[in-house]
Design a protein around this ligand. Structure first.
Ligand SMILES: [Zn+2]
Length: 279
């Protein structure tokens, strides 16, 4: 019996070692995600991209993982690997193609660019809290359907827009802004766990959801939050009301998507999860 199971292990390892390793490289652009699936020997395999170990999901002999490329990419090709006991079981190569992000010019009072010392201290304290949240994602997907946009209204600032304040590039907008009056219902863009519902310096009243596997969504400048930290929400459940809190230039909803510690384009997460759930 022992010999037979050993033989089976050898056969399955050989099968995984030879299949799909010579895949064509996949494409990704800065600020985007890819949801990938691959044959997997078992859950004890280690999945890594660019040498960094990442969470992955194992079901019915298949693995799923989410791969990102930072907005600040230097466009280097990279490889994701699944390894069992140090042996390569599956490999996917990625080529990083450039993507153009537009610039918008904003005129602001120079005083509002520099933070006062007490605000700087507040921002620093809030960052500690947020860092802990973003390091604590569930190890399985918390959703069973694609992500959806939080609103159907006009997008007033797309992801990745470079912001030029008073003729100096001072950053980029790494979320999507939706036109919204004060008091409009804001739904969860997918099922998840409420990790934060409170007031932050930059994004005002804010809700942060963990969707598992290091995927988080952020809803900012709310007038009011309608959920509490620790509770589970369904896709499209109302989590707050839109508003004009925090650092804003008028009422709107800011939707941020953070994956593996980087803000990425929510539209890419919607597209990729739609493809994933069609399979
Ligand atoms: Zn925004």
């Amino acid at each position: 019996m022992k010999a037979l199971s050993l033989l089976l292990i050898l056969i399955s390892q050989t099968a995984f070692a030879t299949s799909d390793i010579k895949n064509e490289p996949a494409n990704i652009h800065p600020g985007e995600v890819r949801v990938i699936t691959f044959p997997a020997p078992d859950k004890s395999s280690v999945f890594s991209c660019k040498g960094e170990v990442l969470k992955w999901s194992f079901k019915n002999g298949m693995g799923s993982a989410i791969v990102i490329e930072s907005y600040f990419s230097e466009l280097h090709p990279f490889v994701c690997k699944l390894e069992l006991n140090g042996k390569l079981a599956h490999q996917i190569s990625f080529e990083v193609k450039p993507r153009d992000y537009k610039a918008e010019v904003l005129k602001v009072n120079p005083k509002t660019i520099k933070l006062a010392a007490k605000d700087e201290e507040r921002v620093w304290k809030e960052q500690k809290v947020l860092d802990r949240i973003y390091a604590s994602s569930q190890t399985e997907f918390q959703f069973e359907a694609p992500f959806v946009q939080p609103m159907n209204s006009a997008i007033t600032s797309v992801y990745g827009t470079k912001r030029v304040y008073n003729n100096q590039k001072k950053g980029q907008h790494l979320g999507i802004d939706y036109r919204a009056a004060i008091g409009q219902k804001v739904p969860a863009t997918n099922a998840g766990i409420v990790m934060f519902a409170g007031d932050l310096f930059y994004t005002g009243w804010t809700v942060i959801l963990d969707h598992g596997m290091d995927i988080f969504t952020v809803y900012g400048h709310l007038d009011k939050t309608l959920v509490t930290a620790g509770s589970k929400v369904k896709r499209s459940e109302i989590i707050g009301l839109s508003g004009n809190t925090g650092r804003t230039s008028g009422p709107h909803l800011h939707w941020g998507v953070k994956v593996h510690g980087q803000y990425i384009d929510g539209m890419s997460l919607i597209d990729e999860t739609q493809k994933y759930f069609q399979k």
